[in-house]
Design a protein around this ligand. Sequence first.
Ligand code: DX5
Ligand code: ZN
Length: 217
Amino acid sequence: MNILSPSILAADFTILGEQLLAVDKAGAQYVHIDVMDGVFVPSISYGMPLIRSIRKATDKVFDVHLMIEKPERYIETFADCGADIITFHLEATDSVAEVIKKIHGLGLKAGIAIKPGTPVEMFGPYLDTADMLLVMTVEPGFGGQAYMETCTEKIRAARKMADESGRHIDVQVDGGINRENIGTVLEAGANVIALGSAVFEGDIEDNVRCFLEILSR
Ligand code: DX5
Ligand code: ZN
């Protein structure tokens, strides 16, 4: 199934509650929440208090994308704040298998992510446990960047790995996706689409409906 995961990094935080209601009302299935620590990526975004607070505003699946060093330190905390899926970067920890286990132990889904420069083969050892493979299509750290064409083949390779695993594994893409290139990532095999600016710039409900229509084709 194809899933839309609007990234609130691009939202207007003065009216975040209203904007969450808009994506919810228009039917987006997930809410993508980018957590940055200023170490793994150059920027710092937001963290636990924000997630805990917006958990009261919507029942949508919270798709938490951790761009932080040593994510093992915070898995219980993000679970407690209301995450449903926790995705962390393979580059950020030496204990990937343990982190996946920890996430599963808390009853949540576990995603593993790679930056554009990390080979897709890095997913290999975790195909029997991960629930989602996130192929970053920009350098993580900022919204509003341009899609990196070099990542299209990585999406295709991740989809092949997911299918060959014999398990249900989602393939998520994140960064620079818009109405022009969403067809490319879908064709390459992505089925969970994180979208920041393309949802939150302009009319949010119209944007969500338009992307959901594309995803349902
Ligand atoms: C970037 C974040 C993305 C970001 C995407 O590091 O992981 O989720 O919000 O924003 P757009 O869609 O504007 O590239
Ligand atoms: Zn993200």
